[in-house]
Design a protein around this ligand. Structure first.
Ligand code: NAD
Length: 360
């Protein structure tokens, strides 16, 4: 198969980790007879430096013409980087919001899985970690508070800021359908998370999810308030299969789910539209504190590439090969600095990429 992939290495650790993922993809291509063609695009701070904007229309057009996008991460140190002195629509994150919107990426999938070998890095009590967990956080990505109208103005001499949270029933229905579809391929359970005791948008969310659920009689579903979900994630994460939620709640809960896996450097993510097209990226940010030091954990990006093979190219066997290679290096005790412990062996970012590549 010929796969045309738009590659956005981005800022900070992005270039380091994406290079490892491309290395692993090339090994997969060689072994299974596929050709991965890469078109490199700029987004984020590096695009601001080169073009004055975080994402050019030309880059959007090239991304749209590809089969899938592989992204590292964008942004810099939000306190010290000059990129954050720019108006909000010129900052690195504006590029990310623009590409998600332009590509119609409304469904964000973030698997949170506790590897047996990384239980020691899990910050939860041993009796909770021992049960393990394997969940998929499904976050709505193009609506809600982050896309609502906002303004800051002075009212009677007092600075006042307003953000608005809007969802229509169609936006809720399409993400709910994706959530139930994914649940059908997993353990057939959906936990829909909202704040229906307070928010109108959540009450509509709940109503639409209930309508969609009727088409999936095999899937067990429940509603959970977001504050309770935040607690349950640390108390009993094994209870979750698919966690279906809106944009801001998903942003926060998926980071919490990342944390309990032991390292954000392990967590892949995918953002999908209504077709097979997707953008695949690690869950973490650009980690400016360790950028350029060859220390970053590339596994999240490598596992994102595996998700790309599975969800966009339907190459399940090849995706399994990557996931198994990752498991194997962990069993053998190789670790980057974010997950290293006494009994394990420390390797750099590029060495981790090599170890995984060699096990394909
Ligand atoms: P971050 O995820 O970049 O870093 C948080 C902590 O996790 C840091 O200590 C970092 O070293 C560590 N970390 C993250 N990824 C790692 C990896 N692969 N290996 C080892 N350690 C890793 O979050 P932050 O510091 O809040 O944000 C830094 C920048 O990244 C900001 O500009 C932010 O806006 C941006 N950001 C971008 C994305 C994206 O591109 N999708 C997502 C989140 C944050």
């Amino acid at each position: 198969m010929n796969c045309n992939i738009a590659v956005i290495k981005g800022d900070g650790i992005g270039p380091e980790v994406v290079t490892q993922a491309m290395k692993v993809l090339d090994a997969v291509g060689e072994k299974y007879g596929h050709t991965f063609c890469y078109e490199q695009l700029l987004m984020g701070g590096c695009s601001i430096d080169a073009h004055g904007v975080p994402l050019t229309d030309e880059a959007v057009a090239k991304a749209k013409a590809s089969d899938a996008v592989l992204l590292g991460s964008i942004g810099g140190n939000t306190s010290t980087s000059p990129w954050y002195k720019l108006p909000p629509d010129k900052r690195p994150e504006a590029g990310l919001l623009k590409i998600r919107k332009e590509l119609g990426l409304f469904a964000n999938l973030r698997p949170a899985y506790l590897y047996e070998q990384l239980k020691a890095a899990c910050p939860l009590k041993e009796e909770i970690a021992d049960k393990g967990f394997d969940m998929m956080i499904m976050r709505e990505l193009t609506g809600g508070l982050y896309f609502g109208q906002r303004k800051t103005e002075e009212i009677d001499g007092v600075l006042t800021a307003v953000d608005t949270l809007t969802y229509n029933e169609n936006e809720i229905r399409r993400i709910a359908i994706k959530g139930f579809d994914i649940a059908m391929k997993r353990r057939k359970k959906v936990t829909s998370v909202d704040k229906a005791n307070v928010l109108d948008s959540s009450r509509l969310w709940r109503k639409v999810v209930e309508e969609v659920a009727k088409d999936y009689p095999e899937v067990t579903y429940e509603h959970m308030l977001v504050d309770n979900c935040a607690m349950q994630l640390v108390k009993d994460p094994a209870q979750f299969d698919v966690v279906l939620t809106e944009n801001m709640f998903g942003d926060i809960l998926s980071d919490e789910a990342s944390m309990i896996t032991g390292s954000i450097g392990m967590l892949a993510s995918a953002s999908l539209n209504e077709t097979k097209f997707g953008m695949y990226e690690p869950s973490g940010g650009s980690a400016p504190d360790i950028a350029g030091q060859n220390k970053a954990n590339p596994i999240a990006t490598i596992l994102s590439a595996a998700m790309m093979l599975r969800y966009t190219f339907d190459l399940d066997k090849e995706a399994d090969a990557i996931e198994n290679a990752v498991k194997q290096v962990l069993v053998e005790g190789w670790r980057t600095c974010d997950i290293v412990s006494d009994a394990t062996k420390l390797v750099a970012c590029d060495e981790m990429g090599d170890l995984i590549k060699e096990r394909i």
